[in-house]
Design a protein around this ligand. Structure first.
Ligand SMILES: [Zn+2]
Length: 233
């Protein structure tokens, strides 16, 4: 295939790239993208907070159940105080009651700690819900602006895409395969001239003898270093 066909293809492709880049770099797109990140972040945080709240409530229920059971044990011990017959039994009784009272104190402090955490979680949850709501409101506005921006470029982009599709018909399969692979790697421009008779115009590495020889008979070779399409001026 002709060099001019390859270069024409690249010219169209790069024009489309520039256009896509303009849309991407526009204020409308940037606002839309960054706010969408805020929205996603808030949504994920709320999901996590809901999960954490579920776990904390279970913890709280278990603590309360334990508290009630220890409280009952203490009450039973106190009711049995009249059964104490000797000093040994009295000592056992006091040790047992003291132990139960200590457990109650510990449980009570754990309950109040957990309760504090739940309050804090609730506050964070409310703040995150608010942030999410705000971002969602903005999302609708920004989305509209972004789509308007995109639509502005659409006719030009569509025309270029059609021209590119037309140009592809004149390109060899081999060229298109290499071109698209290098484009995907964002090595732009994909097609570069040989400079000073022996270096790649893209990566500026020396091109080995074999590739140079091949350039004499082939329309292009792939740069052995960067893979770009090399041609001789
Ligand atoms: Zn190269």
């Amino acid at each position: 295939m002709e060099l001019s066909t390859m270069l024409e293809y690249q010219k169209l492709d790069m024009a489309l790239m520039r256009l896509e880049n303009e849309v991407r770099q526009s204020q409308a797109t940037k606002l839309y993208v960054s706010n969408k990140a805020v929205l996603t972040n808030a949504q994920e945080a709320v999901i996590k907070q809901n999960r954490d709240a579920g776990e904390m409530i279970q913890q709280m229920q278990a603590l309360i159940a334990e508290y009630e059971s220890v409280e009952k044990e203490l009450k039973e011990a106190e009711d049995a105080v009249s059964d104490i017959e000797d000093a040994e039994a009295a000592e056992f009784y006091f040790r047992n009651v003291q132990k139960l009272i200590n457990r109650l104190k510990n449980l009570s402090s754990e309950i109040s700690k957990t309760s504090g955490k739940i309050v804090e979680l609730n506050q964070n949850h409310a703040a995150m819900m608010n942030a999410g709501k705000e971002a969602k409101k903005k999302h609708l506005v920004y989305k509209e602006a972004y789509e308007a921006e995109r639509d502005k470029y659409m006719p030009q982009a569509t025309a270029l895409q059609q021209q590119i599709a037309e140009a592809e018909k004149n390109c060899s399969e081999e060229f298109l395969t290499v071109y698209k692979r290098i484009r995907k790697l964002k090595k732009i421009p994909v097609i570069v001239p040989l400079v000073d008779g022996h270096s790649c115009g893209g990566c500026f590495m020396e091109v080995a003898g074999d590739a140079l020889v091949a350039l004499g008979s082939k329309p292009f070779v792939e740069c052995p270093s960067c893979g770009r399409i090399l041609y001789k001026d």
